[in-house]
Design a protein around this ligand. Structure first.
Ligand SMILES: [Zn+2]
Length: 51
């Protein structure tokens, strides 16, 4: 099950997302992420899938 690993590319994308969360006012507060946060999540999920 290689998909259980977080690959380096996805890890970098996830780190970028975490960095955004730390300095974003909207993402941690509301039920929904801001547009930038959503984009970072989308990129992260894309990286996870393509490995
Ligand atoms: Zn945000």
């Amino acid at each position: 099950m290689p998909d259980t690993f977080i690959r380096p590319t996805a890890q970098a994308s996830y780190n970028a997302y975490l960095a955004h969360i730390r300095q974003c006012r909207e993402c941690p507060a509301g039920p929904d992420r801001c547009a930038a946060g959503q984009e970072l999540v989308r990129v992260y999920l894309t990286d996870v899938r393509k490995g």
